[in-house]
Write a protein that binds this ligand. Structure first.
Ligand code: GDD
Ligand code: MN
Length: 390
């Protein structure tokens, strides 16, 4: 040991209390708090201050993961980090998504314990030491901040949000066989090994990262649920919208039948099924209500249902590659061309089978299947192509 270090009392390098002190200043953090942000510039400063207060005696880092918020959240975080080495910020460009942001934050740290929490001060950060103790001292794998148990609550939510959340909770409990009381919670802490083990199976879609992690874990996790009261958002606004509900359904689909059928295809096919209903109702309106000639009614039905399908697929199935402005119109034209060829091959295949075998229902369904596959493959290649890297 160099002479200068020998003069420092040995106790400075060892644990001074039951809290873990860094054995030397070079040592990495014990706890990483991963915080996804989108337009939270007014909240992050307060949150960091609160983390300092509550995590005294723990060696920690805060890993913010920002999706290039227009409100300057990243700049604010860079300012904070300039004077505070606890603060780190990952800036993601050209991507959006709460779950995927959490995953990237979790994978960016070497801390053995990782918490995930919102930036908007709705999660009670004073729970963190209790969660850490559950993992470190009671050897749980996962600690969840739970609203739905004695001592916890959703706070001041209106009835509709409360009911939606309860419905979503019941769905995942039934469909995925989860027994945890609050699988929708966005506030939890886990051992880093848990995420490292689950990572290849994660769907990373939408908002519900906790469900994803629990279902993707290869082994049964030891889980502790700790009650807390969901607070009020202080500044900024919630990003929860109707599409979050759709993403959640897609996550459930991916976690159940996703092994057999790609969930994107399922989404495309469901949109198509609704499109058929749209088609039929326009046809009916033309024929029964407006007494238009069949060709006119059928043509309008084809055109309108194509636009409808394009619109919904752009908003839902390909939400992450959504087209806007001129690209939207270009996409629409390509979509209609591709689906036109799809329709022709539908009729071609169906007629061929029908002329050979003669079962009209079977022939019709076979035509639909071929048309659907064609539409799916061509539109995913040409209308919503994979973004090129770099
Ligand atoms: N990086 C990134 N990208 N962060 C995001 C995104 C995104 O696309 N969308 C939202 N966030 C961040 C927000 O800035 C906030 O810090 C946190 O994720 C939660 O977003 P809110 O918009 O505040 O969600 P909420 O309060 O309505 O929902 C919360 O409670 C739900 C429980 O009902 C979240 O914790 C959900 O995960 C949770 O299920
Ligand atoms: Mn919130």
């Amino acid at each position: 040991m160099p002479a200068i270090l020998a003069s420092i009392p040995q106790s400075a390098f060892t644990m001074s209390s039951n809290h873990e002190q860094p054995k030397n200043p070079e040592q990495g953090p014990t706890l990483a708090v991963v915080i996804p942000t989108f337009n939270e510039s007014l909240n992050v400063g307060v949150l960091v201050e609160r983390l300092h207060n509550t995590l005294q005696g723990v060696s920690w880092e805060a890993v913010f993961v920002d999706d290039d918020s227009p409100d300057g959240t990243v700049q604010r975080l860079r300012e904070l980090a300039a004077t505070d080495s606890h603060v780190r910020c990952i800036r993601r460009v050209g991507r959006r998504g709460l779950s995927s942001a959490c995953v990237e934050g979790m994978l960016s740290t070497s801390a053995p314990f990782i918490a995930v929490m919102d930036a908007d001060l709705q999660h009670d950060e004073t729970l963190l030491p209790t969660m850490l103790a559950a993992l470190r001292d009671e050897s749980y794998d996962l600690a969840i901040g739970t609203r739905y148990m004695e001592g916890g609550s959703v706070g001041d939510w209106d009835d509709s949000r409360r009911n939606t959340s309860l419905f979503a909770t019941t769905l995942s409990q039934r469909l995925l066989g989860l027994t945890i009381k609050d699988p929708m919670s966005g506030f939890f802490m886990l051992r880093r090994q848990v995420i490292e083990d689950a990572v290849y199976k994660l769907s990373s879609m939408g908002f519900k990262i906790l469900v994803d992690v629990v279902v993707s874990s290869p082994k049964t996790l030891r889980i502790k649920e700790i009650p807390f009261r969901f607070g009020l958002r202080v500044a900024g606004e919630s990003k929860l919208d109707n599409r979050v509900a759709w993403d959640y359904l897609m996550l459930l689909a991916d976690k159940t039948v996703g092994r057999y059928i790609p969930v994107q295809f399922l989404s495309f096919a469901s949109v198509g099924a609704v499109g058929v209903l749209v088609h039929l109702s326009i046809l009916w309106t033309g024929m029964a209500l407006l007494a238009l000639p069949f060709v006119v009614s059928q043509t309008s039905a084809v055109l309108i249902s194509m636009v409808f399908n394009f619109f919904l697929n752009n908003a839902l199935t390909y939400r992450d590659k959504q087209l806007h402005g001129w690209a939207w119109w270009g996409g629409l034209v390509k979509f209609m061309l591709a689906c036109g060829i799809g329709a022709a091959s539908n009729v071609g295949v169906a007629s061929y089978i029908y002329s050979d075998w003669g079962y009209w229902l079977f022939s019709g369904l076979a035509g639909i299947l071929v048309g659907l596959m064609w539409n799916y493959v061509t539109t995913s290649l040409f209308v919503w192509p994979q973004k090129r890297k770099g």
